[in-house]
Design a protein around this ligand. Structure first.
Ligand code: F6R
Length: 364
C-alpha cells in the first residue's frame, strides 16, 4: 500500500535513500572500498566500445552513464533511444559492450535493440529492476537495481538505482583498464556510499520545492538546463514534468540555449538549472546570466558555493549538499522528480496513472 503517502509516486520518491543504499551495498565492498560486481562473462579491459540503448528515463540514465564510461573508464561510449537505434542498425565493433537499461525488462523497443546488439556480436549486459523479465532471459549478464516494485507510472527510484549500478560498472571498467588508480576508486566509491544519506537530506527540502511548484504550476512552458552529466538530468526533469503535470517542458544542454531556445525566454518561462559545483559550473552560470538578462525566471538547484555565485540572478535556489561532481547527477535527479510531483499534485492530475501512459510499453 501507499502507507501515509498520498500517491505511490510520493512513497517511491521517499524510498530513494533506502534503494540507493541497498543497490550500492551489493556492489561496493565496505572494507576495501572497491567495486565488486557479480562475475562477468567477458573482460571489461578488452571492450572496444560501450553502446547504450533504452527508452525514456532509462535512456537518460544511460546518457549519464555515457559520461562516466568516457571520463572514468576512458572507453568510447555512445547510445540512442531504442526506437531509433533498432532501425538505424549501426555497425558495432565485435566484442563491444551492449548496455541496455530498463526498469521492467519488457520494453519492446529496448528488447529489439538488445537482439540487434546480439546479432552484432556484442556482450549483452542489462541493468534491470525485474530479474525475471524477457530482457533478463536474453542477456549475457544482468545487473540488478534493487529498487523493489515501482508502482507509479513515472519512474523515480528505479532511475537513481540505475545510475548507482552504472556508476559502479564504470568504476569497474576504469579499474580493469587502468584509467583510475585504486586510491581514486576508493575515493569515488566513498562518494557513492555517501549518496544515500545525502539523498535523505535532499528530501528535507520538500516544503521549499512545494513552494517552487506553485510557481511552475502557472507556467505553460518550462526550460530545464544542464551540462555534462547533468544534461540528462535536465531532460529527466522535463520528461517527468510533461508526463505527470501535462506542462510543456524541454531539457536542453545549457550551451545550446543560445542556438535557438533563448528566443522563447521571457518572464513567463521558468528556467530550471541543474548546476552543481564542478568543472562545468562557470559555463552553465554564464548561460543562466543570459537567460536572466532576458527576463527568464531562473530557478537554481545547486550547492552552497554555487548558490552564492548565482544569488544575483536566481528567483529561487534550492541548496543541496555538496558532493563529488561524479555522483551529482544521482543526487540532483531527486529534487527534479520531486518538483514534478508537487506540480502535478497542484494541478490535480492523476499522478500515479497519467493519461495515455502505461507502466510497461510492450508494443513498439
Ligand atoms: C518516465 C518513464 C518512462 C520509462 C520508459 C522505459 O518516467 O517511466 O519513460 O522510463 O518507458 O521503461 P522501462 O524502464 O521499463 O524500459
Amino acid at each position: 500500500g501507499k502507507g501515509n503517502f498520498r500517491h505511490f509516486m510520493e512513497k517511491e520518491l521517499h524510498e530513494h535513500p533506502a534503494v540507493l543504499g541497498d543497490t550500492l551495498r551489493r556492489m561496493i565492498s565496505p572494507s576495501s572500498r572497491a567495486v565488486a560486481l557479480p562475475p562477468l562473462p567477458f573482460d571489461l579491459a578488452g571492450v572496444p566500445r560501450v553502446t547504450i540503448s533504452a527508452c525514456g528515463s532509462a535512456f537518460y540514465a544511460g546518457m549519464v552513464a555515457r559520461t562516466w564510461f568516457e571520463q572514468v573508464a576512458r572507453i568510447p561510449a555512445d547510445g540512442d533511444v531504442a526506437s531509433e537505434f533498432r532501425y538505424r542498425t549501426p555497425p558495432l565493433p565485435e566484442g563491444g559492450l551492449a548496455l541496455l537499461v530498463s526498469q521492467s525488462g519488457e520494453t519492446a523497443d529496448t528488447l529489439a535493440a538488445l537482439r540487434y546488439m546480439r546479432e552484432q556480436r556484442q556482450h549483452v549486459l542489462s541493468v534491470l529492476n525485474v530479474p525475471e523479465s524477457s530482457m533478463a532471459r536474453e542477456s549475457d549478464v544482468v545487473l540488478e537495481t534493487v529498487a523493489g516494485p515501482e508502482i507509479g507510472v513515472a519512474s523515480t527510484k528505479a532511475f537513481t538505482a540505475q545510475l548507482a549500478v552504472m556508476a559502479c560498472l564504470a568504476l569497474a571498467a576504469g579499474r580493469a583498464r587502468g584509467s583510475i588508480s585504486a586510491a581514486q576508486e576508493a575515493a569515488m566509491t566513498a562518494s557513492l556510499l555517501e549518496v544515500p544519506s545525502r539523498a535523505a537530506e535532499v528530501l528535507e527540502h520538500d516544503e521549499h520545492i512545494q513552494r517552487i511548484a506553485a510557481r511552475i504550476a502557472e507556467a505553460r512552458d518550462v526550460l530545464y538546463l544542464g551540462r555534462g552529466s547533468c544534461f540528462p538530468i535536465a531532460m529527466e526533469g522535463a520528461l517527468k514534468l510533461k508526463e505527470i503535470s501535462y506542462i510543456h517542458a524541454e531539457g536542453y544542454a545549457a550551451g545550446e540555449m543560445k542556438h535557438g531556445p533563448i528566443a522563447l525566454i521571457d518572464r513567463n518561462v521558468p528556467v530550471i538549472a541543474i548546476v552543481p559545483s564542478g568543472p562545468l559550473f562557470e559555463k552553465t552560470a554564464s548561460n543562466l546570466q543570459e537567460a536572466a538578462a532576458r527576463g527568464g525566471q531562473v530557478i537554481v538547484f545547486s550547492d552552497a558555493a554555487g548558490a552564492a555565485k548565482l544569488k544575483g540572478i536566481a528567483v529561487e535556489t534550492v541548496v543541496l549538499p555538496r558532493v563529488d561532481p561524479f555522483v551529482a547527477p544521482i543526487l540532483y535527479a531527486i529534487p527534479v522528480q520531486l518538483l514534478a510531483y508537487h506540480v502535478a499534485v497542484l494541478k490535480g492530475t492523476d499522478v500515479d496513472q497519467p493519461r495515455n501512459l502505461a507502466k510497461s510499453v510492450t508494443v513498439e
